[in-house]
Design a binder for this molecule. Structure first.
Ligand SMILES: [Zn+2]
Length: 124
């Protein structure tokens, strides 16, 4: 007889659920249906797992960790040295979000992906 390790209720077919042994957001794919009841798994998912997933999102993206559902999402980071906004793509490649327009005193610096985009920025 298996019991939920959180609340102690007996695990039967009606309250059985798959629990990731290691958080899926961090690459855990091994599951067990003998560890936790459906209610506790749902409660943990809403509170703890969701928060852990948010906090480890940047690491999961940098390492391109695949989940059971969804795709790895990029995240944005600002380089505080030159104030450039980057998008970190799955695998950790930083891509500048362009066009970047910077004003230093009386001149501007424009970073664009190509001439067409640069001209569009200038015509604004
Ligand atoms: Zn339980």
């Amino acid at each position: 007889m298996d019991r939920c390790y959180v609340c102690g209720v007996e695990i039967v077919a009606e309250n059985q659920t798959d629990e990731h042994i290691f958080l899926n957001a961090l690459g855990g794919h091994l599951t067990s249906n003998k560890l936790i009841c459906k209610k506790c798994n749902s409660d943990f998912g809403k509170e703890i797992d969701t928060e852990l997933s948010k906090q480890f999102k940047c690491i999961a993206t940098m390492l391109n960790i695949q989940r059971d559902r969804g795709v790895v999402q990029p995240f944005d980071v600002v380089d505080t040295v030159d104030n450039t906004l980057y998008s970190y793509e799955p695998g950790g490649k930083p891509i500048p979000k362009i066009p970047v327009i910077k004003q230093v005193e009386n001149h501007y610096t424009i970073k664009a992906s190509n001439k067409k985009q640069g001209r569009e920025v200038l015509s604004r």
